[in-house]
Design a protein around this ligand. Structure first.
Ligand SMILES: Cc1cc2nc3c(=O)[nH]c(=O)nc-3n(C[C@H](O)[C@H](O)[C@H](O)COP(=O)(O)O)c2cc1C
Length: 272
């Protein structure tokens, strides 16, 4: 079982990933520290920072053995395994990375490639996540979308996100706005962790579930199929039994049936 709700009277345990190569100098890290301080104003919170630049993890070699054989078979499992265990034990996750060339940093991208298996075999249901980025000018949305999509695919509920313009951080008016917003997101993050409820899936999450279900059904005898079978997901409407908007559920089911028919006939269109 993954940790979600904190033990009564215990500090919140948060694991934060710093996807900037600039480590403690990083604006993204400084924003995370600000959120940490605001969380501590509400409830004692211990944040462990993992500086991705220091993990020593090489480039993912793309062997896909984490997906096909099991996560323990990863050639870098000695590094990745203990980090996965820390994620499991945390009450919440923070993913933070700056914008590099209008995309997420290579450092963060490479790191999450090691968790590809968790997209196939998600487990972090009920675990809350916060995603953040900084850029001097633009590209925040691309990175926030990527980080949110990643945490969501692992099973997390992304409760809030924040993009900061680091070039504005010398302007008192902007700094004041960031003070307000970090307080708001810290409050929301703590509140949602303490509630510890399963998040309700958005339509995109339902469609993502259906796509993964379709793929897993076709992987007969695989570790993924076994994982899905054990959890009765192969014929389910979603990973968890949280109430789903009936219209979204119906629409997702209909689109999924069309998708299945289309791939059976080889009708998938080349992407242009
Ligand atoms: C290689 C590289 C690419 C960058 N690309 C962008 C970009 O596409 N858009 C932007 O607004 N800023 C870009 N920046 C600026 C950083 O996003 C910005 O300085 C950010 O706050 C750095 O975060 P950090 O201090 O956490 O590393 C780039 C910086 C570097 C080093």
């Amino acid at each position: 079982m993954t940790a979600t709700k904190p033990e009564p009277g215990q500090p919140l345990r948060i694991l934060a990933f710093v996807g900037s190569p600039r480590n403690e100098e990083s604006w993204t890290y400084k924003i995370m520290r600000q959120v940490e301080a605001r969380m501590n104003d509400i409830r004692p919170t211990e944040v462990e920072y993992i500086f991705l630049n220091r993990t020593g993890v090489p480039f993912c070699d793309g062997c896909l053995s984490c997906v096909n054989v099991g996560e323990q078979s990863c050639p870098s499992y000695d590094i990745v395994g203990p980090i996965a265990a820390k994620m499991d034990n945390a009450n919440g996750l923070i993913l933070g990375a700056p914008v590099h060339t209008f995309a997420v940093t290579g450092l963060m991208k490479n790191f999450v490639e090691y968790f590809m298996y968790k997209r196939n075999r998600p487990s972090f249901f009920g675990k809350k996540a916060l995603v953040t980025t900084t850029a001097s000018g633009g590209g925040h949305t691309q990175v926030l979308d990527f980080l949110e999509g990643t945490a969501t695919a692992w099973g997390c509920d992304v409760v809030t996100r924040l993009g900061v313009s680091s070039s504005q951080m010398k302007k008192p008016a902007y700094v004041e706005k960031i003070d307000v917003v970090t307080r708001e997101i810290a409050e929301l993050f703590v509140k949602e962790i303490e509630k510890g409820e399963l998040g309700s899936p958005k339509f995109g999450h339902l469609m993502n579930f259906r796509a993964m279900q379709h793929m897993t059904r076709s992987q007969k005898g695989s570790v993924n199929e076994q994982y899905w079978q054990e959890r009765n997901w192969l014929d389910a409407e979603y990973y968890t039994d949280v109430p789903i908007n009936p219209f979204a559920r119906m629409l997702a089911g209909r689109i999924a049936r069309k998708m299945r028919a289309s791939t059976r006939k080889g009708n998938a269109k080349p992407v242009r």
